[in-house]
Design a protein around this ligand. Sequence first.
Ligand code: ATP
Ligand code: MG
Length: 421
Amino acid sequence: MIAVTLLLAAILLAAGWLVIHNAQRAIAEEMDSSVALASDLVETSIRSDGEALAAAKRLAAIGHLRHLCLSLVPLTGDGGECPAGDGADAPAWFAAMTRPNSLPNRRIVVAPDYAIHILADPDDEIEEAWQDTRGLLALLLVFYGATIVIVYRLLGRAIVPVQRIDAALARIEHGDYAIRLPHFSLPEFDGIAAQFNHMAETLAAARSENQRLREHSLRIQEDERRSLARELHDELGQSLTAIRADAAGILARRERLPDGVAESAEAIAEVAARIYDQTRLMMRRLRPPGLDELGLDAALEEHIAGWQRTHPAIEIAYTGDDTLSDLPSPAAIHVFRLVQEALTNALRHGQPKRIDVALGTSAGRLRLTITDDGRGFDPAARRPGLGLSGMSERIDLLAGQLHIDSSPGGGTRVRADIPLV
Ligand SMILES: Nc1ncnc2c1ncn2[C@@H]1O[C@H](COP(=O)(O)OP(=O)(O)OP(=O)(O)O)[C@@H](O)[C@H]1O
Ligand SMILES: [Mg+2]
């Protein structure tokens, strides 16, 4: 706007200067020709009259003519004076700019002592020039004002869509893919709006497809774990039981056996029992026992009691909420896995003395907190692992929020907040 205003002002000044300059030139020319014409006429009329002085006196008596001033002056004196003109109605600045610097004049000797003095008087001409010029100047001013208003309006119209596009892009940046731009009257912006809306639709579709795939892959993972746990139980568990039974059968006939066989049978029974215990542990990790039958609260209690048994030096406390027993299965398994990962992280990385797991509900939301007093970490500079990102993926699927508060030396708190639908 500033550039346009300055450019228009320059054009206005140049045009104004040209108009005034032309007026000034026209006035000067008019003065020259008036004085020349008047002197020719005066000379002719005096020569043709016998009484030159009397004729000159009659002419001088007229005094003021249009563009001219006549006076009879003694030859020895200065040039005759005209009553000072005031440029009539023209403003003083215009009169000052257009008045010729030196006014043309002529002396015609009419008698031994006298001359007629013809002096140009530009006042009338300046006034006429002002009448013509002011219309033009006014027109230029109106044109200047109107152009500025129109340019301002047009720029405003052009900027509104830019502002809306900018705001919509900011919303997209914050993950709001539901935003759409309206139609714009300018075809270029309307084209951008259409492309933008198409992009937002594609992003929204990609996000929901992504979500669907994540859900699907987590479900497959859980199904796979469940079937693996069943296989371990049904196949490996049965075989180990059979091996243990065979070893016991051999040992039952201990007296009739050659030397060393009984000891080997005992070793087989012992190894089989150890593998069986390991298998049970693996089965529990693969499929939390009791989650389907007893619900989330009981399964977590059981799971944490198991951790407490294997880590007696650390105090692991659980505060549950039995209203969550009937939480539907996908949500329950996600929450369970979240606690599992947070506990594993605390024990693996934090070396804490105490861990608190709290599960509760308030205002229709499930709230889960796992707090440890270990050495903590800087969440912004953490080593990338699969555990924390897996946690936030699960929370995303449940449309909840995950907060990890931790600082080096200050322990760690994992908070999850999930809507219960
Ligand atoms: N409770 C905690 N105390 C201290 N550091 C932690 C804690 N939880 C996470 N961290 C830090 O955050 C990092 C990332 O954790 P994350 O669970 O994502 O990966 P990981 O445990 O290293 O590997 P995995 O993929 O097996 O889970 C860890 O390496 C650890 O440095
Ligand atoms: Mg981890």
